[in-house]
Design a protein around this ligand. Sequence first.
Ligand code: ADP
Length: 243
Amino acid sequence: MLEIQSIKKSFGKNTVLDGVNLKIEKGDVVVVLGPSGSGKTTLLRCINFLEKADEGKAIFGDIQVDLHKASKKQINTIRKRTAFVFQNYNLFNNKTALENVTEGLIIGRAIPKDKAIKMGKEALDKVGLSEKYNAYPSELSGGQQQRVGIARAVVLNPDIILFDEPTSALDPELVGEVLEVMKTIAKEGTTMLVVTHEMSFAKDVANRVIFMDGGVVVEEGSPKEFFENPKEERTQRFLRRVL
Ligand code: ADP
C-alpha cells in the first residue's frame, strides 16, 4: 500500500533522516520506536508533506511521488489518502467536537452537510463521545480531545492513519482511553503508522515494530522478535532503558 524509499531530511547541518525505507501493507499496524530526536516525527511529517523531504520517493498504491519535488496535485492526492493524528490534537478551538470532525468532509471532500453530520456522529460514537457532539475542545479532557482527533481522521476513511505520539501530551490517567480507541480501530483493519513511546501498545497491537536511531532504521521485526530477541546492540540498549 505504501512504500517509502531512501528518505532524507536535514535541518541545517542536522541530518535527521538519513535514508529511511519503509513498506506498509494494507491492514498493517506499524509502530515506530526510538529515542527522542531519532527522526520519528519528521518521518511521519515528510510522508504527509507537513515537512518537505530533501530526497526520497513514496509509492502509494498506483502513484509514485518524488517527496522533494511533488506537485500540488500529487500532494493533495496523498493527503486525501492519509490522515494525521497530532500530539497536541490540533483541534479548532472555536468549533464543537462534531464541527471539528465534519470540517474535512464538508470543506475538503465536498460532502453535503447533512451526510457529513451523520458520518461525524458515527465517528464520534465510535470513539465513545456520543455525549459530546456539541462540546467545545475547552470543555473536553485531553483524552477526549485526542479521541475527537482520532474521529476526525477515521471519518475520512483514509488508506492509512499516521499517529504522531498521540498520547504523549496526556496526563498518565488519560492515556489508556486513547490507546483503547486506537486498538479498536486497529482491530477493524485500519492501516496505521504509529510513533509512540507506549511499549504496551507496540507489544499488544502492532504487527510490526520499527526501531529508529540517528535517522536510520536500525532494526525491525514482529513485536515478539523485537522485544524478546532484539538483535542490534542499539536496540538492546534502548529496551534496557525503557522496559
Ligand atoms: P523524534 O520524533 O524521534 O523525537 P524528531 O523527528 O522530532 O525526532 O526530531 C529529530 C531532530 O530534528 C531533532 O534534533 C529536532 O530538534 C530536529 N527538528 C525537528 N523538526 C525541526 C524543525 N522544524 N527545524 C529544525 N530542527 C528540527
